[in-house]
Design a protein around this ligand. Structure first.
Ligand code: HEC
Length: 172
């Protein structure tokens, strides 16, 4: 009579090397996904999950690919911190609301001060009235009023983000 029943002893030995491989190559998140999946695919699961991360820039599975900045992710927070005190829900200067979800109110939407120019023209800072207001060049193209953000400054980094976002086509 044998005390050992090898067939029924749960043996974690097979999973440990897999776990360690995951941790070494991709981090814990990739690992938990892989061990749950176990589809029996011949393709390594680690490679599959790599295409789901947004650090990956050379696949075409993602609409974000190729853009440095996206409006909702990167630009809206700039409006929220620099502009919403005067272009928000309580105070709406010049009919412009930049707080909350501004994309549909600025991209391809005419300026109030210079109706022949859109607030944001995808691909062109020179044809984007917001950009002129930020640079203080609104007078040179027929606009008026003060440089924005009124009563404060905006950092070079944020300006570069907005500029790059417009030039790349103002993606949402
Ligand atoms: C302290 C208040 C204040 C802040 C903060 C402010 N604005 Fe303004 N904004 C105004 C006022 C007042 C006007 C109308 C008078 C003028 O243009 O000087 C205006 C007008 C504008 C216009 C013209 C709107 C149109 O349709 O023609 C734009 C564009 C604009 N602001 C963009 C911005 C942006 C972008 C920010 C943030 C980076 C910002 N503003 C921050 C007060 C402010």
């Amino acid at each position: 009579m044998s005390m050992r029943k090898p067939g029924r002893i749960p043996c974690p030995g097979r999973e440990i090397p897999l776990l360690m491989m995951c941790l070494a190559s991709g981090g814990f998140f990739a690992c938990t996904q892989d061990t749950r999946r176990e589809t029996g695919d011949t393709e390594p699961a680690v490679l599959e999950s790599d295409t789901d991360t947004d650090t990956d820039t050379d696949t075409d599975t993602d609409t974000e690919v190729g853009y440095t900045y996206l409006h909702d992710r990167d630009i809206q927070p700039i409006w929220d911190s620099y502009c919403s005190s005067c272009h928000g829900t309580e105070l709406v200067q010049e009919g412009l609301v930049l707080a909350g979800d501004a994309f549909d109110r600025i991209v391809d939407v005419p300026s109030t001060q210079l109706p022949t120019m859109d607030l944001i023209e995808p691909g062109s800072t020179g044809s984007s009235y917001i950009w002129h207001k930020l640079q203080g060049t609104q007078d040179s193209i027929g606009g008026f009023g003060e440089q924005m953000p009124k009563n404060s400054g905006i950092s070079e980094e944020r300006m570069l983000e907005i500029e790059t976002w417009i030039i790349e086509g103002a993606p949402r």
